[in-house]
Design a protein around this ligand. Structure first.
Ligand SMILES: Nc1ncnc2c1ncn2[C@@H]1O[C@H](COP(=O)(O)OP(=O)(O)O)[C@@H](O)[C@H]1O
Ligand SMILES: [Mg+2]
Length: 332
């Protein structure tokens, strides 16, 4: 039987393309070429293209997301999405692929778009009964400094660009005098800002995926930051340590796994996602911070570590994701 033909897409239109290309190294190394015929496609603002082993650059035919190589038309059975940031993580590419009738390895349009917006994520999770921090959503076009005293939030707070990632433009604010400049800094990154109460506690991050119709959690990780929070330096310059699997009581472990699985189902997720939680010792509950629907796949990233802790090869794990996508393929 012919192997399924998979497009692996990388790149992207945002500054996170750097991380996409780092993830691509690992994905290309581990994706199972015995099982699948794989074509890498770079999606960049300038062009969408495939580079053949001979070095020819072949543009993607955007009418049906196909390639024409040596007079042969190549159509895909599924798309493996490895793009961090827009358009691979915010639902745009998912919408296009839906219109082309192609299944893919990530969340659908709606789940991707909502989870790309931190405030809408916690709003939906909160409305479904999960613990989230109290917060306010500010928009650049209607932001009014005079209303800062009426935010109604308890200090300290986190001020975050609402759609951002990698902790860029984010601040932890301890005193009300610092609030305005922190909000202005976040507005430099995004037209929407989230001001969120600080949740004291241990930080955990957990991978969840769907296989054969069931959501499954990976062994989760505790993030221990040397800095005040898991900021850019802690994330990318080694100022943190990660313990996988995290050392927790059985009760805590179960609570975090159940929250993660429940939230995955509430958002109707697909593919592998990673959720960040703070476990509050005050009410003994995990608080959801955010959901990453295209988590990093670099050699140093958390998901590959969690997959290893689950006793799986990364290649086997990618096969599970691809098979799940293929099961959504429309019958020809
Ligand atoms: N409400 C909060 N309470 C406690 N810590 C927080 C809170 N919000 C963010 N943090 C800290 O800041 C880090 C980055 O925040 P997060 O919302 O995950 O954004 P991103 O990872 O996209 O930059 C978290 O990993 C955590 O260390
Ligand atoms: Mg995070």
């Amino acid at each position: 039987m012919a192997k399924p033909i998979i497009a692996f897409v990388t790149g992207g239109y945002s500054s996170e393309d750097v991380i996409s290309y780092k993830s691509a190294i690992n994905i290309e190394k581990f994706i199972d070429r015995e099982k699948y015929e794989v074509y890498r496609i770079d999606i960049t603002p300038q062009s969408w293209f495939h580079k053949t082993p001979e070095g020819a650059v072949v543009p993607v035919d955007k009418h049906d997301f196909s390639l024409r190589i040596n007079d042969q038309r190549i159509r895909f059975d599924a798309v493996f999405i490895g793009i961090h940031g827009t358009p691979g993580e915010d639902g745009k590419l998912q919408g296009y692929l839906d219109m082309m009738g192609l299944p893919y390895t990530s969340c659908d349009v709606t789940s991707s778009a909502i989870t790309f917006n931190k405030r809408y994520t916690v709003a939906v999770a909160g409305a479904s009964g999960y613990h989230v921090a109290r917060s306010k959503h500010l928009f650049k076009h209607s932001f009014n400094k005079n209303s800062l005293s009426q935010l109604g939030l308890r200090l300290p707070v986190f001020v975050k660009p609402n759609n951002g990632g990698s902790s860029i433009g984010m601040s932890k604010v301890h005193r009300s005098e610092e609030l305005e400049s922190a909000i202005e800094k976040a507005f430099l990154e995004d037209d929407q800002v989230l001001v969120e109460e600080y949740i004291q506690g241990r930080e955990f991050t957990i991978g969840v995926y769907r296989s054969k119709g069931k959501s499954v959690t990976l062994p989760f990780t505790e993030i221990i930051s040397e800095n005040d929070f898991f900021d850019f330096e802690a994330k990318y310059q080694g100022k943190s340590s990660e313990v996988t699997p995290a050392e927790c009581t059985d009760v805590m472990t179960k609570q975090i796994q159940e929250a993660a699985k429940g939230i995955y189902d509430v958002f109707n997720c697909r593919g592998v996602v990673r959720m960040d939680f703070i476990y509050s010792p005050i009410d003994n509950a995990p608080y959801l911070l955010e959901i990453n629907t295209i988590p990093g796949q670099t050699a140093a990233s958390i998901i590959p570590q969690q997959v290893a802790a689950a006793g799986m090869e990364l290649g086997e794990f990618y096969t599970l994701l691809i098979e799940e996508a293929l099961s959504h393929k429309k019958k020809d």
